[in-house]
Design a protein around this ligand. Structure first.
Ligand SMILES: NC(=O)c1ccc[n+]([C@@H]2O[C@H](COP(=O)([O-])OP(=O)(O)OC[C@H]3O[C@@H](n4cnc5c(N)ncnc54)[C@H](OP(=O)(O)O)[C@@H]3O)[C@@H](O)[C@H]2O)c1
Length: 294
């Protein structure tokens, strides 16, 4: 245990597995400074205040963050960097996610051509890494992408464009493809940040009783033999912050909920470097497409 506070910047820590993970860290003697992004500032602040954590040991700062809006992501990154000053970011926890289904429309949220689950599960958090990149490199930050075993549901990658575009009629069940693009992106960042930042993807396991199925027909029955509790899911995610027994193969970045590094054949399609490039647009491209001027 270090008495020097560790800084964690996190998305998706307002409820579900992410909230539980931060709650568990707040009960530790290791001091932490948290900078959290949340779309409902009031509810999230009340939830953290209700934990009665030791504020002499830990600090919790919550800034507004609506991940379907890239302008919000930019504001969050600016506030985070301002707040941190010269302090490092030890961990970046990208946990936010939604299981909401596709709604076919002319445009997605805020005029984007992309559907909301794609913006939330992938593009916004990829954009956040771009915006924080100099600080992450300087800090040698551990970056954790909370992924899902659902990525195995994508068998044909030629469907991805149509699935993500708001105006295209496709299957409504977009959770697996959006988590697939997120995992492509975790591999991409692993390659970009090689030698400076460790990038880990992790599955929390099958966790009923979270909000992930809001706005979808996807239900996680708690009778499934693999189902785990929210505290167990949070422990799986937290393991990704500290595990240092990386396999020799640098592409083996995916930690399972039972603590093993997943063999690559399980997520082989996400190792395609062409697809990783395609679904990891540059900061300039994102800003042009999403209408972010300054
Ligand atoms: N539950 C499972 O079985 C399971 C399995 C595999 C992977 N996962 C992954 O685990 C992670 C956490 O999921 P969970 O099950 O804990 O679900 P959850 O209870 O719905 O939590 C999702 C988190 O993301 C936030 N979020 C969603 N949409 C957002 C938006 N537009 N802007 C800002 N924040 C947003 C939520 O904020 P609010 O509090 O405002 O809703 C919440 O903090 C996700 O990445 C999910 O894909 C879950």
């Amino acid at each position: 245990m270090s008495t020097i506070a560790k800084t964690i910047v996190a998305t998706g820590a307002s409820s579900g597995i992410g909230f539980e993970a931060i709650k568990q860290l707040l009960s530790q003697s290791q001091p932490y400074n948290f900078v959290l992004g949340a779309r409902d500032l009031k509810t999230t602040t009340e939830a953290y205040n209700a934990l009665n954590y030791d504020s002499n040991r830990h600090s919790v700062t919550i800034f507004p963050l609506e991940l379907n809006n890239m302008k919000d992501v930019k504001k969050f990154s600016q506030k985070t960097l301002e707040k941190l000053g010269s302090s490092p970011i030890d961990y970046l926890l990208l946990n936010a996610g939604t299981g909401m289904v596709k709604k076919v429309a002319q445009t997605g949220p805020h005029g984007s051509k992309w559907i909301e689950p794609y913006l939330v599960n992938h593009l916004s958090q990829h954009y956040l890494v771009h915006l924080l990149r100099p600080k992450l490199e300087q800090s040698k930050t551990r970056i954790v992408f909370v992924s899902s075993g659902a990525v195995r549901g994508v068998k044909d990658t030629s469907i991805l464009d149509d699935v993500m575009l708001a105006a295209k009629e496709t299957d409504k069940a977009v959770y697996a493809p959006t988590k697939f693009t997120q995992l492509l992106n975790a591999h991409w960042w692993r390659r970009q940040l090689k030698g400076t930042c460790d990038v880990v993807a992790v599955s929390p396991g099958l966790i009923p009783h979270t909000g992930i199925s809001r706005g979808s027909e996807m239900k996680i029955p708690d009778t499934l033999p693999d189902a785990k509790s929210v505290p167990e899911g949070a422990q799986s995610v937290l393991a990704a912050l500290t595990r240092n027994d990386f396999p020799e193969d640098p592409e083996q970045i995916f930690l399972t909920s039972w603590g093993e590094w997943w063999p690559k054949d399980v997520y082989g399609l996400t190792l395609d470097k062409g697809l990783q490039e395609k679904w990891s647009p540059s900061q300039a491209d994102i800003e042009r497409e999403e209408g972010i001027t300054s």
